[in-house]
Design a protein around this ligand. Structure first.
Ligand code: HEC
Ligand code: HEC
Ligand code: HEC
Length: 382
């Protein structure tokens, strides 16, 4: 830089600082005066509307670029995404074929009809918005901390939504739940939550006496010990176990609901598992070895020493859970997300010692075991 230019810039500096300070004072004065009308009824002036839309679009486009999209199996994910949308999003974003509730239509900006809006965005962009929420609009972020893996079910659903009529939508959203057809002792029929969200039946996602869960990402609860079900429902409610699907639901349950639901599912006859997809016998055999004997070199104890027929009632049964669910939980455990309780901490240490191949093998082995066998063996030993 030449000397005279430097001197000229130095002279300009006080002016620049003066303008900057003046700008700050002006903004503070406008804010303090109350001149700017923040009433939702006032709407946004056209220039602000334009600026906000531009800022939002650019922010979503730029920030979502690094998101890696996994392979999405729509048949497996859409039912779970739809059931969650029904409980957690539909109040604001409406149900296909039904008008939006006028209260939510008065938000500024109003929640858009996603049958029309979802196709405007890519998978990455939808993921980013559902995961992070959108500032200044009321659009919330995902409530399960560290559970980005869960968001993909909702993205899969949002991509299927534009083609759904009201009937298709309700079929997916209601899953296994059929109004009035449940056994009388089904406790979810006897409460409607504390009324803060649209909480209906658990079997919109979970198993019934004659049906598997609606998605392989949803665990089966039937025949699981009541002590484990109670403990884990409390953990979702008290933010000790992370899931954007289960935490909002558990938050609606009081202690009595939790006790009743846990006892109900513990007493539910487990449906005979669907014929499991053909898996390599070598993989299942490796899983069986691990389950029965562990891996001494990697200091992994036999899975069945804690998850077998003589397990503690507050430990989960794995027999009959889907491969997807077992694999996903092992990943969640390996990432340290389920380590907030002493129970989770025990399993975290073990999960971190498993190779990917071992985790997959264990999942394949337990998915092929019948929970019914587990129960029968248990009653024989008693
Ligand atoms: C409290 C109301 C509310 C809830 C609950 C809510 N949203 Fe939104 N959502 C909004 C609002 C308001 C916007 C509009 C943002 C805008 O116009 O900039 C929005 C925007 C979006 C968008 C971006 C669409 C676009 O074109 O701007 C998506 C996608 C979306 N929501 C999905 C969801 C999903 C999925 C859920 C449930 C997990 C959900 N929302 C729950 C209020 C809500
Ligand atoms: C929108 C679908 C959905 C609904 C509705 C739902 N769940 Fe779940 N539930 C899930 C998913 C998905 C998981 C796995 C969450 C995770 O990764 O921790 C789960 C996990 C659970 C677990 C933990 C099981 C285990 O093996 O650790 C229990 C217990 C449970 N749910 C009970 C209930 C009860 C009781 C209700 C009704 C009040 C209910 N759920 C409603 C989807 C749902
Ligand atoms: C020392 C006892 C112990 C051993 C051995 C053990 N686990 Fe666990 N496991 C637990 C406990 C306790 C939990 C419950 C964690 C919680 O509640 O967060 C658990 C939970 C799990 C879950 C989650 C189940 C659900 O319903 O959410 C999976 C999957 C799992 N273990 C797989 C395995 C595999 C595979 C092995 C063998 C390689 C194994 N465990 C060995 C104690 C053990």
């Amino acid at each position: 830089m030449t000397e005279p230019l430097k001197i000229r810039l130095r002279k300009l500096l006080p002016w620049a600082l003066g303008f900057f300070a003046g700008g700050i004072v002006l903004v503070l004065a406008i804010a303090y005066s109350g001149i700017f009308n923040i009433a939702a009824t006032a709407g946004h002036p056209a220039w602000l509307e334009w600026l906000l839309a531009l800022g939002k679009e650019r922010s979503v486009v730029v920030n979502s670029k690094p998101v890696d999209v996994p392979e999405l199996n729509l048949t497996e994910l859409v039912p779970l995404g739809a059931a969650h949308f029904h409980g957690g999003c539909a109040t604001c974003h409406r149900i296909p074929g039904q008008p939006i509730n006028p209260v939510y239509d008065q938000m500024l900006p109003p929640p858009p009809n996603l049958q029309i809006h979802a196709p405007m965005w890519t998978r990455q962009q939808l993921f980013w918005m559902v995961r992070h929420g959108i500032q200044f609009t009321g659009m919330p972020s995902w409530s399960g901390q560290g559970r980005d893996d869960e968001v993909w079910a909702v993205v899969a659903f949002l991509q299927a939504l534009p083609l759904m009529g009201e009937e298709d939508y309700l079929k997916y959203a209601n899953g296994n739940s059929k109004v009035n057809s449940q056994a009388q002792n089904y406790p979810a029929n006897q409460f409607a939550g504390k009324g803060r969200i649209n909480l209906t039946a658990c079997d919109r996602c979970h198993d019934t006496h004659d049906k598997q869960p609606t998605s392989p990402y949803v665990p089966s609860l039937g025949g699981q010990d009541s002590a484990y079900l109670k403990r884990t429902l409390h953990e979702y409610r008290e933010d000790l176990r992370q899931s954007g699907f289960m935490e909002p639901i558990a938050a609606e349950l009081d202690d009595k609901h939790i006790d009743n639901l846990a006892d109900y599912y513990a007493s539910l006859t487990v449906p005979v598992a669907k014929s499991v997809q053909p898996v390599s016998p070598a993989k299942v055999e490796l899983g069986r070895q691990l389950a029965e004997h562990g891996d001494r070199l990697r200091k992994v104890p036999a899975c069945l020493s804690c998850h077998g027929v003589n397990k503690r009632p507050d430990y989960p049964r794995l027999a009959g859970q889907s491969e997807h669910y077992i694999r996903q939980q092992l990943q969640v455990l390996q990432r340290g997300i389920r380590a907030k309780t002493p129970y989770g901490a025990i399993m975290t240490t073990i999960a971190k010692r498993l190779t990917e191949q071992q985790a997959e093998a264990a999942a394949a082995f337990f998915a092929g075991q019948l929970p019914a066998d587990h129960k029968a063996a248990e009653s024989l030993r008693r």
